[in-house]
Design a protein. Sequence first.
Length: 321
Amino acid sequence: MKLVRQITVIIVVALSFILFDMGVYNVITKRCINNTSKEMQAKSIELDKYLPFDEDSLIAALDGEASLKLTENLPVVDGAAAIYPVYSAFVNAVYPKESVSFDGTNFTENSAMQYTNTRGAYKGIVDGDVDVIFCVKPSDEQLKYAEENGVELEFVPIGREAFVFIVNKDNPVDNLSIEQLKGVYSGKYTNWSQVGGDDYIIDALQRNKGSGSQSALESFMGEEEIKKNPLGFMGRAIGFSFRYYVSGIVENGGVKMLSLDGVYPSKENISNGSYPIISDIYAVYRKDDDNQNIPILIDWILSEEGQKLVEDSGYVPAIVG
C-alpha cells in the first residue's frame, strides 16, 4: 500500500512538471521556433497575410506610384521571416504583379519573390538561386560557406532593428543588465531569483543554428560559451528574437520584451541608439552578380520612398531624417 502511494505521488509530480512545461511551451517556446523546412515555414510567419499585390495584405504601401518600376531582368529576392513584410512591400511597389506566384502555401519556383528564411536565403545567394536577400548579419558558418564557394558578398544596410529578449508576461523581471543576460546564457545564473525574479529555474531557450536570431545571440555573447541548463524545462523560459517580429508579426500575446540596462526596445530608442543591442538589416548580393537592376533596386530602397516603406513596416530606417 505504501509503495502504491509512493508511485502515485511520483506520477502526480511528473504530470505537474509536464503540464507546467506545456504551459511554458505554449506561451513562449513555440513563439521562438525558427525552422526553414516547408512544413514549418507557416509557423514562422503567415506568408499569405503579407503578400504583395493583395488588397487585404498587411504590408506597407506608398500613397502613390513608386518612382521606380522594374519590368525585366528582375532580381529574385528572398529573406528572413522578420523582414519578410519589408521586402514584400518593396516588391509590391516596384515589381510587376505577374512576377510573383504563390500557391497558397509557398512561392513557386518561377516567382521573383521567395521565402526560405535566413538559412535558406544565405545558402540561396551563395548558390546563385536568388539575387538579393534581406537579412541580418550572417553566422560564421554562413560566411565560411560563401568563402568555400569563392563567393564575395556585398552588405548594404537598409534599416535597423532591436535584438530583444522575451519572457512570460507574468514574470516579475522587466529589466536585465547586459552582464546578467550574458550570465543567463553562459550558465552563471540558473535561477530567476539570482537576477531579481522568483525562485524558478531559468530555461534559456535557443533557436536553430544559422537562424538570424541565433547568429545575433552568438554575436552578443562574443567569446562566452552558450550553455543550456538540462533542467531548464522545469522552470520559466527566456527567449529572444527581433523587436518587430515579436510585437508586430506574431503579436506579443502572453510575452513581454525586457528592457536592457534600463532601456526599453522602442523605435525611438533604436533610432537614438540608446538601446544597447541594435542590428542592421542588410540587402545582400553577390559581388559577381551582373544583373544591372540590383544596384538600381537597392538605390531605390535607400531613397525616401524605400526608407518610408521600411519605417511604415515597423522598422527604423537606415537613413534617419
